[in-house]
Design a protein around this ligand. Structure first.
Ligand code: MIC
Ligand code: SF4
Length: 647
């Protein structure tokens, strides 16, 4: 069979199973990354496995999400991560260095390699032809311990790009256009592979913007070929030796192909409150704006920020607007400082923020009440900005900068000649924010601050499950809904008991009380339950509160894996209309669950309150079933790790 890029990389890394559509395989993982808000849990889990060494070629621990340090909690978490990094030989990226995905692209990602990361936007490295997948933290810990990651062979969707971008249309518009077409569910179970002559008009960081937001499509990963543009970027980063050509065979097999003519795309915007609520900017004339934020792992590259600086040069930010800019990395910030672009931004009246995720994860810059905020970020879920009644619009850096001057959302289509910025021929090689294992203090002592609390571990599955429906949700529930993140809560990512008070807070502020009252139970969900981030807190906190199962119409990939990893049953309605017949507070009972799971039969659930029954199914591999029987992946791994490492 003529191979696509995804299959080529999977084949080169295959250590278990057969590379056929839908089969469960194990692949060798070359690199892992973590960030601080998921990282503490990852390293607690690694410690809990009792391993003495890690098996990956490279693992990096970035500190980028919570760098505010409003109390001791975060600084303690950073110290914990730093001490574990020193113990295991993990590269540590200090706060201030930048956003994990931008930094990984600059410093470590390599074409043809495999990467998993405890952050949903890990596929950013797919812009460089690396097969990179966002996973829950435990998957990363286990990949470090065993060198392996298990996944179902994804379908491969080829997006064939023709034409070229029109003036003032950028990579952000391309991915927003695709989101409009495919929706937040369109990528589930798929790797999205880009091909066609249109690929050649996209720079390396343009490609990374597109693969980054493949996460918003629910895709397992997104990937571009590695070509002369990739090579040029690696040369500029002083890493030419990392370049290899990666391309699909002529007439490669794809499960599906969509053709998109780049020339047909106009400037786009994602309207509140979902990244797929996309429209042409021209449909929103006269939108008065209060705040503009430029940055995040999607759009904080050198090229993006140079365009912004060129637009702001000699102009003034509108009096009614607060403009914030957070560069993706310290090296980008240095380049902007050295070439005068930073001065142009400051002269225009921009607020320069730290090189970190910052407002993208609600760490500061919450908009005013009912505020309108334009952002170059990737998610605009309700409440994520820190202001529940604010309206967040996602768009390109160019349009963000133009609007910051104008005071209104600007449609750039009629502006004529656009500003063109090339990738630089040379990036600085300062690496002083990194601590490499050879430079670090080789102490084996792990530093645990008082805010780092034990995390819940499930027990073996029991045969009779009984419980109350504590919550029934609508479709597309996000992990931001399940376990909100903001400046007040992010400091507690290593304190599950405290976080539990806020579980589902934006949907039902009594959720935690109800869980206490009913001693846990079940959640009923709609379609695409758990979309968005990789945070396993959205499974660990419900586990802590006694949730035994989530019964939904369908699940988002990473969250479903996190539920399995925690030993919480993710069950799907056989007949989705049964969803309508269940209410909160109904008592549910599942008999003989172990055999029903093992036999892979539809599972009968009795609704004791209504005197009815309905059927659900568990969609997963034999291995997933084993993990559930053990009460989660950590229990399973503790028993099976030696086997895994020795094979
Ligand atoms: C996000 O963008 O939602 C986050 C914050 O980066 C998350 C990780 C987290 O919740 O810590 C993600 O994308 O996985
Ligand atoms: Fe950070 Fe935002 Fe990117 Fe998540 S999406 S990694 S919070 S910049």
């Amino acid at each position: 069979m003529k191979k696509n890029i995804t299959y080529k990389i999977l084949e080169n890394h295959l250590v278990r199973g057969e590379l056929t559509s839908d089969a469960e395989i194990g692949i060798k993982i070359d690199q892992t990354l973590t960030q601080d808000s998921t990282g503490t849990m990852v390293y607690l889990q690694l410690e809990a496995m009792g391993v003495t060494e890690i098996k990956t070629q490279l693992s990096v621990a970035y500190i980028d999400h919570n760098t505010l340090q409003t109390g001791f909690e975060n600084a303690d978490d950073h110290e914990f991560i730093k001490s574990v990094a020193a113990k295991y030989g993990i590269v540590y990226s200090k706060p201030g260095n930048g956003i994990c995905h931008q930094l990984h692209l600059e410093n470590f990602a390599n074409p043809g390699g495999t990467l998993i990361g405890s952050d949903s936007h890990t596929p950013t490295a797919g812009g460089m032809g690396m097969l990179s997948i966002g996973t829950g933290g435990l998957d990363v810990a286990i990949a470090m311990a065993s060198g392996e990651y298990h996944l179902k062979v994804p379908k491969v969707l080829n997006i064939y790009l023709t034409g070229a971008l029109s003036p003032w249309v950028s990579a952000k518009d391309v991915i927003l256009y695709i989101l409009k077409k495919l929706t937040v569910k369109g990528g589930i179970g798929k790797v999205i592979e880009y091909s066609g002559e249109g690929v050649h008009c996209l720079s390396l960081t343009d490609r990374a913007t597109i693969t980054n937001m493949g996460a918003e499509l629910g895709a397992t990963s997104s990937i571009f070929p590695s070509d002369s543009i990739t090579k040029q970027y690696l040369i500029a980063q002083g890493r030419e030796e990392d370049w290899v050509e990666i391309k699909a065979d002529d007439d490669a097999f794809y499960d599906e192909t969509i053709t998109i003519n780049l020339s047909n795309i106009s400037p786009m915007v994602a309207k509140p409150h979902s990244p797929d609520n996309v429209d042409f900017i021209s449909t929103l004339p006269n939108l008065k704006v209060d705040q503009v934020l430029i940055g995040s792992c999607t759009n904080s590259s050198y090229k993006d920020l140079m365009k912004v600086a060129a637009i702001l040069k000699g102009k003034k930010v509108h009096p009614d607007i607060s403009l914030g800019i957070s560069p993706g990395s310290s090296n980008i910030l240095k380049m902007l400082a050295d070439n005068g672009a930073l001065g142009d931004m400051i002269s225009a009246g921009a607020r320069i923020l730290e090189c970190s995720c910052g407002p993208c994860i609600g760490m500061g810059q919450a908009p005013q009440s009912n505020g309108i905020s334009l952002r170059t970020f990737n998610r605009n879920f309700c409440g994520r900005s820190g202001t529940k009644n604010a309206d967040i619009y996602l768009l390109s850096p160019e349009v963000a900068a133009l609007s910051a001057i104008n005071g209104y959302l600007v449609d750039p289509s009629s502006l004529g000649e656009e500003i063109l910025i090339d990738e630089p021929a040379y990036f600085p090689k300062d690496k002083n924010y990194f601590i490499f294992p050879e430079d670090g203090n080789k102490t084996l002592e792990v530093k645990m601050g008082p805010n780092i609390k034990p995390f819940p571990i499930n027990t073996e599955l029991i045969d009779l499950l009984k419980g109350t429906v504590v919550l029934k949700t609508l479709d597309n529930i996000t992990t931001d809904d399940i376990m909100p993140s903001n400046a007040k809560l992010l400091p507690y990512r290593s304190n599950i008991p405290y976080l539990s008070i806020f579980c589902f807070n934006t949907i039902d502020e009594h959720f935690e009380n109800k869980c206490q009252m009913y001693k846990g139970g079940f959640i009923i969900g709609g379609d695409n339950y758990g979309q968005g981030s990789s945070r396993e807190h959205a499974a660990l906190v419900p586990l802590y509160l006694g949730i035994k199962g989530v019964i939904a119409k369908s699940f988002a990939r990473i969250h479903k894996a996190n539920l399995i990893n925690s030993g919480i049953l993710p069950l799907e309605f056989v007949n989705p209309t049964d969803y309508e017949l269940i209410d909160e507070t109904d008592e549910l009972k599942i008999d003989n669950i172990i055999n029903q799971l093992k036999n892979k039969k539809d599972i009968t659930i009795n609704n004791l309150s209504k005197g009815t029954s309905f059927t659900v199914k568990f969609i997963g591999s034999n291995r997933d079933i084993e993990i559930l029987l053990y009460g989660g992946y950590l229990n399973y791994t503790k028993t099976n790790l030696e086997g895994l490492r020795n094979e």
